[in-house]
Design a protein around this ligand. Sequence first.
Ligand code: MN
Length: 434
Amino acid sequence: MNQPSIPRSWVTCANDHADFPLQNLPLGVFSQGGGAPRSGVAIGTRIFDLQVALEAGLFDGAARAAVQAMAGGQLNAFFELGAGARVALRERLLELLSEGSTLHGKLQALGAKLLPLAADCQMHLPARINDYTDFYVGIEHAQNVGKLFRPDNPLLPNYKYVPIGYHGRASTIRPSGTDVRRPKGQTLPAGQNEPTFGPCARLDYELELGIWIGQGNAMGDSIAIGDAAEHIAGYCLLNDWSARDIQAWEYQPLGPFLSKSFITSISPWVVTAEALAPFRQAQAPRPEGDPQPLPYLFDNRDQANGAFDIDLEVLLLTQTMREQNLPAHRLTLSNTRYMYWTVAQMVAHHSVNGCQLQAGDLFGSGTLSGPESGQFGSLLEITEGGKKPIELASGEVRKFLEDGDEIILRGRCQREGFASIGFGECRGTVVAAR
Ligand code: MN
């Protein structure tokens, strides 16, 4: 797999690293030994400390401004700078970290201070998230879930006209590795007329792509679809943990509320549009008979290049499987290509009414299921609402998640002739209700 045409790094652990080779360079916020959060770049199994590099005088011009904007352990001001600063920083990082870099000696002299092991560091949320919106653009998921409730009419009539979404809760978004406390709430037991209160009994995951907003818009303005790509800072993995029993009782008429807002987990590294450029593709043509998007949602360039080919995977590891040293069980292998709307369409739609987007806002794509079994991005779909339990190598069965279960999301891009890149993991372990 070692292709000589693909540039390599003198940080040798990056070469052929599954997630973070030289070609990825995702940005994040980390700390070490209880120190203050700082900005860094994932490179192999290490983190390139941008503050240390700044103090060593390794940046100037737009790249320097980019790193200066990251001071304080939040990327919001950097996101606000837009694509120019991001590209300048990337180009400088490629210079610094490539095999044969003229600064190799100087950089190596900085040692572990410049390149701590990621395993010794703690990751934080990369930005202060003012607002979080969860979309519903995974059409296979929308159909699968719709079928459970309305077998004859799975998609509501607005679906192919409107990128459906709801305003989520920003305050309970957490980085990978944060425990997931089982929520309590109201549920309506089958066959009953009155709800009971207690711990959620149908806890689920949702496999989603997370989208970081870069430059925002003024309230009252809107972002034209042709400009939308300029307003996206990067991407992550997102697990929209869902309490299905609470959701079923509360969601009408205004949509999900407490069934979603107890925690949302994200992978901590911001994978940039530049890193993902080789893995863009045309948006799949709409099936015969589907309506054409309204003009404010349609752009030829976006249709030609606005979708992504990212393999997405979900794994389950139970407490018993951990004790028996069993490998994690793959629940889902899906892809971002099952999005009915592009990310640019989401941005254009979100702002078309004059709603203000701000740097560091986060979007979720909605659950990204594929059409086949094995590609379903939630247990609700896999077990058909709990009717078809899955069997695990430990002898256990699952309809929904039990305490001690860990869900692991992964995302990976592969294309012939290009270095594969990944998102790193988004993990969370369910702990008992309090
Ligand atoms: Mn969701």
